[in-house]
Every structure is written in structure tokens, then in C-alpha cells.
Design a protein around this ligand. Structure first.
Ligand code: FES
Length: 299
């Protein structure tokens, strides 16, 4: 969809919120809380961003952009009135059906998907972690939505994830969105929880050099029988692209869940930040994960 930047404001020293509208219509497509969109930037790269506004507000979406690399710099410098392309909402993360209670943990810019989830929820606690209140993006919005259900953890006041998730109460679902270190700690803290009660999202994946590095391996394509070599300094995604059969990709750092490939056989060395343990038994993220020896892919 063509969208236009209708307004922009800095909400912290490093986070800019863009308000986008459809370029030709009065409303944008409906979405459920937690959804994200893939923006195509003026240089052709695509980046995933949570829609941080209330799903009931159909005329515009708020998208918060942390300045942390090439794509985000473009969005920080984009003038009001500029045009972009946005996909229809993608729903990989959101409020779990049938959950009675929700415990959410946001780290910094990771607050964004929760802002669109909160309006639909009654029994929820949102833990918001940041270096300081000044560096906590959209804090006022989180306060307005969550009220006394918001618990802030700034500076030296640290959230103990292991203690928070020590008890896996039936009906309670755990959610986390934040940087890789927080997600790893969240995964450890909820390792004893049922897989379907644990949800995480991040758009901050591995750096490009780290995403491409590892041991060489091969992939056999089940549909054509072709065998492709993935050298030590390239990602599976890059090799599949060269062969003209790559899946869609966005973050290229193992974070967004876009570049899924079905695995039929072989040992996968998973390095993503987005797949649950159950999904890891069937699929891999081509941008960061690798194989030990040969993998057979459903391609
Ligand atoms: S492109 Fe985002 S996980 Fe691979």
C-alpha cells in the first residue's frame, strides 16, 4: 500500500514516531493488537515495525523507529509528506486467544506492540524496562493505557525475570518484546512454561556479519533434487536468493519471522530470536540459521 508520512515527532533522543496514512484512502486496513507492517524504504530495503497505535483508530498508524542503523536513519530523516510502501498488517504476535491473564515485558522500543494490544485487555500487567524514564519511548502512552497495571523498571531498578515467571499459573500467558539479551533471559525464565503460553517478538536481530558467519553446510532441495553449498561466510538466504528461490525477508537478523523455510531432514543450528521450540522442530529462519552437514528443505 502507498502510505504518506502525515506527522513525525521525536519521543526520546533516539526514537522518532511516524504517523502514516493511506496515500489514497481515508482508512488503513484493520489489524489486531501486536501486528507489524513491513515498510519499503526509499532505497528499496524493507524493515518490520510494530503498529503502535490503537486498532480502533483506522485513519492512521503510529510507527516508532529507534535510530540504530541504516534503515532507521532513513526513517529518522524522512520529511512529513514523504511516501513509503507498507504491507497489510502481519499477525505473528498478539493477544493469545483464550488466555485469562497476561504478563508482558517490554524492553525499550519493545513497548510498541503492547501499545496496540492493551486496549483489548483487562487482566494484564505490563513491565516496562529502560535505561531511564527519558529513554523509555512512549511512556506517557503506556501509562495512559495501562494505568496502575504498568510497572516501570528504570536505571538500577532491575526486573528479575526468573522470579516473575517462577510460577506458570494455568491461563496466564507470558509475552516479551525487547533486545536479544532480554529475550534470551525471558526464554530461560519461561523454559518450564507450556510452549503455547509463551510469546516473544523482536525486530533487533543479529548484525549482518554475525548473521552470515558460521560453518559451511549443504542443502538439498526436495522438489528439484538440487544440492546447494552454503559457504562459511554466507547465509542460507543469500544462497537461496542466488538460486532464485529465496523466501521473503525483512530484518535479515533472525528477528522478524519472515524468511521461514520448512525443513524435512537434517540438524539445524537455530540462531533466530523468533521461533518457539515447537516451531523449531519443523522450520528454520534462512537469514541466520545454519545446518550441521546436509539439510533437506521443502523447496
Ligand atoms: S528476515 Fe527476519 S527472521 Fe529472517
Amino acid at each position: 500500500m502507498p502510505v504518506v508520512v502525515a506527522a513525525a515527532r521525536m519521543v526520546t533522543a533516539r526514537v522518532r514516531v511516524l504517523t502514516v496514512r493511506h496515500a489514497r484512502r481515508d482508512t488503513l486496513p484493520p489489524f489486531r493488537g501486536g501486528a507489524h507492517t513491513l515498510l519499503t524504504l526509499p532505497d528499496g530495503t524493507r524493515r518490520a515495525y510494530s503498529i503502535a497505535s490503537d486498532p480502533a483508530r483506522a485513519e492512521a498508524w503510529d510507527i516508532a523507529v529507534l535510530r540504530e542503523g541504516h534503515g532507521s536513519t532513513i526513517l529518522h530523516e524522512l520529511p512529513v509528506g514523504a511516501r513509503l510502501h507498507a504491507t497489510h498488517p502481519q499477525h505473528g504476535f498478539g493477544v493469545a486467544d483464550g488466555a485469562a491473564r497476561h504478563v508482558m515485558v517490554a524492553g525499550g522500543i519493545g513497548i510498541t506492540p503492547f501499545l496496540s494490544m492493551l486496549p483489548a485487555l483487562a487482566d494484564v500487567t505490563l513491565h516496562f524496562c529502560a535505561r531511564s524514564a527519558a529513554e523509555a519511548p512512549l511512556l506517557a502512552e503506556a501509562r495512559a493505557l495501562a494505568g496502575d497495571r504498568l510497572v516501570t523498571w528504570f536505571g538500577a531498578r532491575r526486573l528479575d525475570l526468573a522470579a516473575l515467571f517462577a510460577d506458570a499459573a494455568p491461563g496466564t500467558h507470558a509475552y516479551c518484546c525487547g533486545p536479544a539479551r532480554m529475550l534470551a533471559a525471558f526464554r530461560d525464565a519461561t523454559a518450564h512454561w507450556p510452549d503455547e503460553a509463551v510469546h516473544s517478538e523482536t525486530f533487533l536481530g543479529l548484525a549482518p556479519e554475525a548473521a552470515a558467519a558460521g560453518e559451511a553446510f549443504t542443502v538439498r532441495l526436495a522438489r528439484s533434487g538440487e544440492v546447494l553449498a552454503v559457504p562459511a561466510n554466507r547465509s542460507l538466504l543469500a544462497v537461496l536468493r542466488e538460486a532464485g528461490i529465496a523466501p521473503e525477508a525483512s530484518c535479515e537478523g533472525g528477528a522478524c519471522g519472515t524468511c521461514t523455510v520448512q525443513v524435512l531432514a537434517g540438524t539445524v543450528l537455530h540462531r533466530d530470536l523468533c521461533l518457539s521450540a515447537a516451531k523449531r522442530s519443523r522450520v528454520m529462519m534462512a537469514c541466520v540459521s545454519r545446518g550441521a552437514g546436509e539439510l533437506v528443505l521443502d523447496l
